[in-house]
Ligand binder design. Structure first.
Ligand code: MV4
Length: 446
């Protein structure tokens, strides 16, 4: 089967990113947009566009019935969800399937299984993927919680099974704090996710966040495209991602890649996925979560593996046999997230009009963005303006190229993270690759 028309259930740079690949594949595209996005580029560049509701996400990009109707009216045979919004919504995947529209991503059952962090972890553990020592699944009594914490040893971390991305976590340093933290974690989880279930893990101090990109076709072919190091984050918002990871060795990549592939094969996964690991200072790695979507930072992988991951996703969804293994990675890629935020004021959102714009270019510079001069960044959605992706033959070349590209980048009218990135590139720890998830708190304390 091959798709004639794909509806993109998203906005911003990722909608444009998917449209670009569809055009290269000769597939027609349908954009959906909210009333706040009438002048957005994904609307301009798609073959057709359907307005699906008011500005608020829950009345437009999150409204399953409107999106399915838009697909019906335009005769789209598949939906690409991008990232965020409905990308990891099991009901959406299910409703697409029931409506005879191919969801470009995994089945509802797969999304549900990986969405429950305790089930995901247990599934990986049973298939020999290393996991952080801790409880076997949900802990529902205080006594059991204390007993497990005692066994794995303090500090421990209490996590919500419905959480992920840092929401509803509590670190406990000693037993006398346990009761309070346990109660708070459960109350918070119930309030945030309508699911108060929690599980417990040994707390790994100052880990790196290293994730493996996988791609799985419908015939059991599973490949990995190496790793991305996403340790430069602030409040669980990634700011810089790179591939390869400065801590990676051939052997560690082989081990992490094999673990990721084993996990995917065990669950019969389909499509693009990311297996997130924590890596400690001894280079031990532990499974944390699986993301069942294409991620914001996928371009760094594309640059070093010379692969179009959106194209691969579409081919796999069409039922193509993807039996060509990735080639060896080449060079180094770093992504800088340019957000409409003020880095001098706690990264406070700074939506508004781009009064003037000059973007960088030249060899090894890729800019994935949906903005143009006079474009107004709406306040309703995420603050991503652009992803600047730099490729160099090694990390040092990539850093030097990134400095010159950021020097060419001018955005006037609002505050952006560009000055923050320039400072990071002057930081000796970043430059030497000596950083972990505490990097921003340690070196950029406000
Ligand atoms: C951890 C951890 C240390 N030990 N789990 C944060 C996001 C969520 N996905 C899980 N997170 C963490 N889990 C154990 N057992 C430290 C973090 C963590 C973190 C992880 C990745 C990237 C940035 C982070 C920042 C703070 C804490």
């Amino acid at each position: 089967m091959s798709f004639k028309k794909i509806l993109i259930a998203n906005r911003g740079e990722i909608a444009l990113r998917v449209i670009r690949t569809c055009k290269e594949m000769g597939i027609k595209t349908v954009a959906v947009y909210s009333e706040a996005d009438r002048n957005a580029l994904h609307v301009t560049f798609a073959d057709e566009a359907v307005c699906i509701g008011p500005a608020l996400g829950r009345e437009s990009y999150l409204k399953i019935s409107s999106i399915i109707s838009a697909a019906g009216i335009t005769g789209a045979d598949a939906i690409h969800p991008g990232y965020g919004f409905l990308a990891e919504n099991a009901n959406f995947s299910e409703i697409c399937t029931e409506s005879g529209i191919k969801f470009i991503g995994p089945s509802a059952q797969m999304i549900r299984m990986m969405g429950d962090k305790a089930v995901a972890k247990d599934t990986m553990r049973r298939n020999n993927v290393p996991v952080v020592p801790g409880s076997d699944g949900i802990v529902d009594s205080l006594e059991e919680g204390k007993r497990i914490a005692q066994i794995v040893g303090y500090p421990v971390i209490i996590k919500a099974v419905a959480g992920g991305g840092g929401k509803g976590m509590r670190i406990v340093h000693e037993e006398k704090e346990f009761e309070n933290a346990f109660t708070m974690a459960r109350t918070e989880a119930e309030a945030s996710f309508m699911n108060g279930d929690v599980y417990i893990e040994k707390f790994i101090e100052n880990p790196r966040h290293v994730e493996i990109q996988v791609m799985c076709d419908q015939f059991g072919n599973v490949y990995h495209y190496g790793e991305r190091d996403c340790s430069v984050q602030r409040r669980h918002q990634k700011l810089i991602e790179e591939s390869p990871s400065p801590v990676m060795t051939e052997e560690l990549r082989r081990k992490m890649g094999e673990a990721a592939i084993a996990g995917c094969k065990a669950i019969n996964y389909e499509g693009a996925g990311t297996i997130e690991f924590l890596v400690d200072k001894h280079r031990n790695f532990y499974f944390m979560e699986m993301n069942t979507r294409i991620q914001v930072e996928h371009p760094v992988t594309e640059m070093v593996y010379d692969v179009d991951l959106i194209r691969q996703q579409i081919l796999v969804a069409m039922g193509a046999n993807v039996d060509t293994p990735p080639r060896a990675p080449e060079g180094h890629a770093i992504e800088f997230r340019i957000n409409a935020e003020d880095p001098d004021n706690n990264f406070r959102p700074s939506p508004g009009r781009i009064e003037s714009l000059h973007v960088p270019g030249g060899f090894g510079v890729r800019l994935d963005s949906h903005v143009y001069q006079s474009y107004v960044i709406p306040p309703y959605y995420d603050s991503l303006i652009a992803k600047l992706i730099i490729w160099g033959k090694n990390r040092e070349f990539a850093i030097n190229r990134a400095k010159r590209a950021l020097d060419e980048f001018y955005i006037e009218g609002l505050k952006t993270t560009i000055p923050f990135h320039r400072k990071v590139l002057e930081n000796e720890y970043f430059v030497s690759g000596d950083f972990d998830t505490s990097f921003i708190d340690t070196h950029f304390k406000q």
